[in-house]
Design a protein around this ligand. Structure first.
Ligand code: HEC
Length: 276
């Protein structure tokens, strides 16, 4: 694996410097400019397709699979979970803002009272706990995964709209950004090595997706049937470079998701989608 990866890249790439004190908006604009220069033909909105935007055959395959998604029954199961009232008669819709519609793009959000990042999954769990139910484990694809496969469809088309407004929020954003750019693992890769510096290029048989748009379409169904949430994908990518992954739902991953999602601001959400 080590040899394979290094063989593909030939050498360890230098990770492009991002100014440590740039504002989140400057970071986002810099990345948009970076990809515009690198790939002038790709339209901004097409970044939601990730690696597919770089390969017409894969895009055609994606479109035909998405006509009759093999994972429809799982999303339907999620709808039933969403609509089933808690023991006290309340529902997710009565507990979340705006009945749970067009809100997923506001997450992760920084809660100044709690002093931490709150993900959409945490908001759902908060709702469960307030209504006397047990929280779901964020890494449990059968509960939280299936539920969010439906709950996020209620925000389809909403533009990602993550805000970083207080000094504490800025700190969480910086922690997430640091993690994205920090090399780790036995192979000594940063997320940025693959998803910025080498985005659009091949790693073995796969095209590497750019950071822009990566947070907009979760969960995904890999191979059409295997449900993978965003933080579950973080685990997969960390294992790929032989780093010890963090726990799903950990502060580290929540901060990473906060930064990562901010960079997708302005792009439309879509749940759930097929991925290879
Ligand atoms: C050695 C290269 C490599 C590194 C380092 C890496 N990834 Fe990945 N990542 C991949 C490959 C390959 C895929 C599958 C193809 C694709 O969609 O990019 C992928 C997919 C993803 C996806 C899914 C994209 C989609 O549209 O489905 C996300 C999100 C992601 N990576 C985030 C991260 C994060 C965050 C890190 C750092 C913790 C990271 N990756 C580190 C190689 C890497």
């Amino acid at each position: 694996m080590n040899k394979l990866l290094l063989g593909v890249f030939g050498a360890i790439f230098a990770v492009g410097a991002m100014s440590a004190h740039a504002s989140p908006e400057q970071d986002r604009q810099n990345l948009i400019q970076h990809f515009k220069k690198e790939y002038p033909k790709i339209k901004f909105d097409d970044y939601i397709y990730g690696a597919l935007a770089f390969d017409k055959d894969s895009m055609d395959q994606y479109e035909s699979i998405m006509e009759f998604p093999p994972f429809d029954s799982v999303v339907e199961q999620g709808r039933k979970m969403w609509e089933t009232p808690f023991k006290n008669g309340q529902t997710y819709a009565s507990c979340l803002p705006n009945g749970g519609k067009n809100i997923a793009g506001n997450y992760p959000m920084f809660d100044d009272k709690l002093g931490k990042v709150v993900t959409f999954e945490m908001a759902i769990n908060d709702c469960r706990v307030k209504n006397g139910e047990q929280p779901y484990s964020q890494s449990d694809m059968k509960t939280m995964g299936v539920l969010t496969a439906y709950a996020r469809t209620l925000s389809d088309g909403m533009l990602m709209n993550v805000k970083v407004e207080s000094p504490a929020a800025q700190q969480a954003y910086e922690a997430g950004k640091h993690m994205f750019y920090k090399r780790s693992g036995q192979l000594n890769f940063a997320c940025a090595t693959c998803h910025i510096n080498n985005a659009g290029k091949h790693l073995r048989s796969e095209v590497l997706s750019p950071i822009l748009g990566q947070a907009t379409h979760w969960p995904v169904f890999r191979g059409g049937e295997n449900l993978v949430t965003l933080q579950n994908r973080y685990v997969g990518c960390q294992k790929m470079v032989r780093a010890v992954p963090h726990k799903e739902g950990s502060t580290e991953y929540n901060d990473l998701e906060y930064f990562h999602s901010y960079i997708s601001n302005g792009l439309p959400l879509k749940a759930s989608v097929f991925r290879k």
